[in-house]
Design a binder for this molecule. Structure first.
Ligand SMILES: Cc1cc2nc3c(=O)[nH]c(=O)nc-3n(C[C@H](O)[C@H](O)[C@H](O)COP(=O)(O)OP(=O)(O)OC[C@H]3O[C@@H](n4cnc5c(N)ncnc54)[C@H](O)[C@@H]3O)c2cc1C
Length: 403
């Protein structure tokens, strides 16, 4: 206990002294900092804040110290979160490096691979993207066809990936390739890390109905990856791929539950933003919303959101204590994403006709933004594996039901 208090004291002093002024109060106000060779700065101080936190391993607080992580236990991480919260500082770093490939490397990487890649992730130097899906391999991922053959100490890649989130902003990709076309489909797959800054890699953004372009098609024409960047050996990629998906599903569930990873902009606490929004549009009397049906819907969704938040928090505590995500991460994924879609729909109906605008006078910025976030939320139940696929996993691997 005394150790924990001295940790708190020292951390508080470090943050008070070093946290850039521009980051204080910024928690929940903007998208997170993703790092990279040419980083996008949601806030001018994001990079500096990330660097000062990384100096003490606090961008990856639970990762081992020998790779640059914080080496903290679950109780210390809680203190870190409380102290960040005290100054309303956001998480210093986010992204697929920290939340997907990093934890996977800790599990499957060789010592040399961990030493090469983990410090760069922790320091926010490299931004990662995920090359799993292909035009004919989504839910049936093991049907992937991007081929790789050995040439000296490299793999030469040819093929195409699709729906590569932030492929145009990333430096490196972790991807699945087929290294043995004659083996059973899961067995011919290899998991490899690729530097995207080379002539054999072309990335084209895809535009969505929301108007945003968060993902890309990626083409490989004799692209080269080092054999030393194959994770867990040639032909063993399927095991690595499934473990990474566990981390991904936890991350996606956490985005809407406020557990692992960055919390949602509105956690429902201490102010209930849904209720505030409803109050602004339908008014209230003596603190009660004027529309009784809406009041009921807001209360119900807030209860569900709060329960999910607490469950995710319990799960996040387990992960901090070294537990690995299992197939139950599918439950968080499906529940969190569907809850978020219902929440977006409720916000849309609260705003009513004000939410059918796209741009121009007559609409507040927050109203046109709402239309776009509602459209974006449709993808939540597809990315990281569709809801139907999650139900299959829960049936087989959690409930042990027959095929
Ligand atoms: C916003 C967003 C971001 C994404 N980011 C990435 C990324 O960074 N990297 C990446 O590799 N991929 C990414 N994806 C791709 C995503 O993983 C795939 O879209 C997803 O796995 C589904 O594959 P598909 O689109 O080919 O659909 P399909 O697999 O063709 O599925 C079509 C429909 O059939 C249903 N279906 C298929 N098989 C079954 C079954 N066995 N049982 C019941 N129903 C079934 C599905 O549920 C779905 O409704 C992203 C997708 C989205 C929407």
């Amino acid at each position: 206990m005394a150790d924990l208090e001295s940790f708190r004291k020292e951390l508080r002093e470090y943050l008070e002294k070093n946290a850039p002024v521009g980051m204080r109060g910024a928690a929940g106000l903007e998208e997170g900092y993703w790092g990279g060779r040419n980083p996008k700065l949601p806030n001018p101080d994001s990079k500096r804040f990330c660097e000062m936190m990384a100096e003490r391993g606090l961008t990856a607080p639970t990762w081992p110290k020998e790779y640059g992580g914080g080496g903290l236990g679950a109780e210390e991480v809680k203190v870190l979160e409380q102290e960040l919260g005290r100054l309303r500082l956001p998480a210093p770093l986010t992204g697929f490096g920290l939340q997907m490939i990093g934890p996977t490397l800790l599990q499957f990487g060789t010592e040399a691979q961990k030493r090469e890649h983990l410090p760069n992730i922790i320091q926010g130097k490299i931004r990662w993207c995920q090359g799993y899906s292909e035009p004919n391999a989504g839910s049936d991922l093991a049907s992937l066809q991007t081929a790789a053959v050995i040439d000296g100490d490299e793999l030469v890649l040819n093929g195409q990936k699709v729906w590569t989130s932030y492929g145009d902003l990333s430096d490196c990709m972790f991807l699945l390739v087929r290294t043995d076309g004659s083996a059973k489909k899961q067995q011919g797959i290899t998991f490899v890390l690729l530097d995207m800054n080379q002539p054999g890699v072309e990335v084209r953004p895809i535009k969505l109905i929301s108007g945003a372009s968060p993902f890309c098609e990626s083409f490989f024409t004799n692209a080269r990856a080092k054999l030393s960047n194959v994770i867990h050996g040639l032909g063993n990629g399927w095991t690595v791929a499934k473990a990474l998906l566990g981390h991904e599903r936890n991350m996606i569930g956490g985005l809407f539950g406020g557990g692992a990873g960055r919390g949602p902009k509105d956690s429902g606490l201490p102010k209930n933003a849904l209720a505030e929004l409803a109050r602004a549009y339908v008014g209230d009397k003596d603190g009660r919303l004027n529309d009784a049906t809406l009041r009921d819907r807001v209360a119900q969704l807030s209860i569900e959101h709060r329960s999910f938040l607490l469950t995710m928090q319990r799960n996040a505590d387990g992960l901090k204590a070294g537990q690995r995500p299992g197939p139950e991460s599918s439950i968080f994924k499906i529940y969190g994403t569907e809850l978020n879609q219902r929440r977006e729909e409720l916000m849309l109906s609260i705003r009513g006709p004000q939410c059918v605008g796209w741009e121009g006078p007559g609409f507040e910025q927050s109203e046109t933004d709402q239309t776009k976030t509602w459209l974006r939320s449709r993808g939540n139940t597809i990315e990281g594996g569709t809801s139907e696929v999650q139900l299959n996993i829960i049936a087989k691997r959690v409930l042990d039901l027959p095929d």
